[in-house]
Write a new protein. Structure first.
Length: 178
């Protein structure tokens, strides 16, 4: 008796963690569908040996999500920083994060997704968190508020070659006096 191959939706597949997760899932024979905002403008971030279905969609446009969620068993939510990065756009970015998570959970529920895995940030569950960490926790709460079982992983900076924390550290070290 053969078991069905799990079908996974991966958001954030072009990011530091997402690229590595895609490689790992594919190497295990898991069927991966990557949700990207623009398949047209997508640089080829995946090695040729990986096979993944790429579907265009935008978490801020809920009508683009049903086709991405169709037939999915589990979904990885690895997106963050959905808005502008200037100090003046920060509040708008926080709201967009919540809108995106709300649209995602509704689409996942409607499609019958069994599990969502979210990578959030560390931090106490307290009122003195930075806006950034508070936003990560609010997104986790939004995803957990639905009917789909949600696993929340909380991590500090994940540092590796090509990732933003690593590149910032390298930039700093290269400019320090010797």
């Amino acid at each position: 008796m053969s078991q069905a191959i799990p079908k996974v939706l991966l958001t954030g597949a072009t990011g530091f963690i997402g690229r590595r997760l895609l490689k790992d899932l594919s190497s295990r024979g898991i069927s991966v569908r990557c949700l990207v905002r623009s398949a047209r403008g997508l640089p080829k971030p995946f090695p040729d040996s990986l096979e993944a279905q790429v579907v265009a969609g935008d978490l801020l446009q809920p009508d683009t999500l049903p086709s991405a969620m169709e037939g999915i068993d589990s979904a990885y939510y690895l997106v963050h920083s959905m808005g502008g990065r200037s100090m003046f756009q920060y509040k708008a970015y926080l709201e967009k994060d919540m809108q995106a998570a709300g649209h995602f959970i509704k689409a996942a529920q409607k499609a019958g997704v069994k599990r969502i895995i979210y990578l959030g940030g560390l931090g106490e569950m307290a009122d003195n968190l930075s806006e950034h960490l508070r936003s990560r926790q609010r997104v986790a709460q939004m995803l957990q508020s639905g009917e789909v079982q949600t696993t929340v992983l909380r991590a500090a900076n994940i540092i590796g070659a090509g990732g933003a924390p690593f590149e910032m550290l390298r930039h700093l070290v290269e400019r320090l006096p010797s």
